[in-house]
Design a protein around this ligand. Sequence first.
Ligand code: HSE
Length: 291
Amino acid sequence: MLTVRAPATSANLGSGFDVFGVALERPADVVRLEKADRVTIEVTGAGSQYIPEDPDKNTVGAVADALDAPARIQIDKGVRPASGLGSSAASAAAAAVGLNELYDRGYSREELVPIAAKGEAVVSGDAHDDNVAPSIMGGFTIATDKGVTQVDADIPLVACLPDIVVSTRDARNVVPETARVDQMVETVGNAASLTTGMHRDDPELVGRGMHDTVVTPARAKLIDGYEQVREAAIAAGATGVTISGAGPTVIAACAEEDRRKIASTMLDAFSERGVDARVYQTRIGRGAEIF
Ligand code: HSE
């Protein structure tokens, strides 16, 4: 029996749509695996009632198939599905790392990323590496079709998850098909600033680089209170605020000393709109760990 803890993640970070991602220190999924004749899946924890246990419909079933690694798999969800925090990716990442170890398949962490992404595609209908990459490799990741670049970074973050459902399909449908050249120039500048900020562990530069005028404004309309929460977080000291993944989580970068105040301010701002929310005071963390 093997236990793997795989972290929640935040993809996009504003300027890095479908490319950037970070592993979060918390929350995380915990997955227990043991060899068996066929794949069976049990799911408990946050939002487990919405997650199918049929291996053909669960993210980890596809991962077990891809690794030819049948197992009894117990998933304890720390990450609610449809949160924008890489819930299905965390389970897929844990399964990929755990089954690779259990069956001694010998894949590197980077090689496991597309394998875990196959699992995520089962539920999202589309394979993106921007959540599975940081959940497997940790830190800040740049996932492109040429592979994954990983940077160990340490930035304090606040992730505020409102009690709102945003379907990934709706969130992808509102993404504009085109962007202007001036928006492209701005996005390149912001993405470069953010990447440099990650190398320097500089929350100011990371926050500045999270600004995005292409995808985020279109998606913000799906999150009741987004603009108020963003403004409140900035007033409380956040260096940058954006939508985590496809939403509805709103994520803020900050200096360590401002984190607590930003967390309570974001909760209050959602509450003033009549929206319940929960908040994670977190930071960029490690990738999946085997116990
Ligand atoms: N980049 C994806 C999106 C997140 O924003 O739709 C899930 O991989």
